[in-house]
Design a binder for this molecule. Structure first.
Ligand code: MD6
Ligand code: FE
Length: 215
């Protein structure tokens, strides 16, 4: 059988979440050791921090980045930067395992030639949440986003193209990968407040990686 470089059968265990959105359950588990150790290194080089929104609210999610570009928010608004404002140095490089996983997941979901240049790392503690938003700071909306969930499970809120559209609730667990693009690319989405829990690999946290082509 045809297999990708992680030994998965392509299109196995896929769940459609709507046009252009695919959930690959457990897709990242095979590479979990390499993924978690690369993640440790990224966080050591560019520590998680709580950014503020343009209105001055401290975000409950801890964030950092790796790759050529990183997503930042401060009183001036949201944008991508090549420099980590905390260290005044470039963000840590995108680990090869992130790059390979994202490319393979995109192909499995039907998006060829996805080459990410940015990875936003979000860390949720119990009670942390992410309110409904669209991802629209990237240059090319034809490129999908690959999202990797690690640690405690979370309820992902998957809305429509209008903020007021009803949102479905999708449980995302350790190793789940969501790929969305095309007609789903600008759907509103968020994460419900994380429930208390303890995860074998990540303790009392959920970590989400979103890999994008930002520039
Ligand atoms: C999260 N994810 O799952 C937050 N955005 O923690 C996102 O905001 C997101 O998962 C765009 C595409 C996929 C995502
Ligand atoms: Fe998002």
């Amino acid at each position: 059988m045809n297999q990708d470089l992680f030994g998965h059968a392509p299109l196995a265990e896929t769940e459609r979440l709507g046009d252009g959105a695919v959930l690959l359950r457990g897709w990242a588990l095979r590479e979990r050791e390499a993924l978690l150790s690369a993640l440790d290194e990224v966080i050591r080089a560019a520590p998680l921090r709580h950014m503020v929104t343009s209105r001055g609210f401290r975000m409950s999610v801890g964030m950092t980045n790796c790759g050529d570009l990183g997503w930042v928010s401060d009183r001036r608004g949201y944008r991508y930067t090549a420099i980590d404002p905390l260290s005044d140095k470039p963000w840590p490089g995108l680990p090869p395992v992130f790059h390979a996983l994202a490319g393979a997941a995109a192909v499995a979901a039907g998006f060829e030639d996805f080459v990410p240049d940015a990875c936003l790392v979000n860390r949720y503690a119990p009670g942390s949440r992410l309110s409904l938003h669209q991802d629209r700071n990237e240059r090319d909306f034809a490129q999908p986003i690959v999202s990797v969930s690690l640690g405690l499970p979370a309820v992902f809120l998957f809305g429509g193209l209008q903020r007021s559209d009803p949102a479905s609730r999708v449980l995302l667990s350790h190793g789940d990968v969501v790929v969305w693009g095309g007609p789903a690319r600008l759907r509103y989405h968020g994460v419900a407040a994380l429930a208390e829990g303890v995860h074998d690999a990540l303790g009392g946290y959920r970590i989400n990686l979103t890999l994008r082509r930002a520039g």
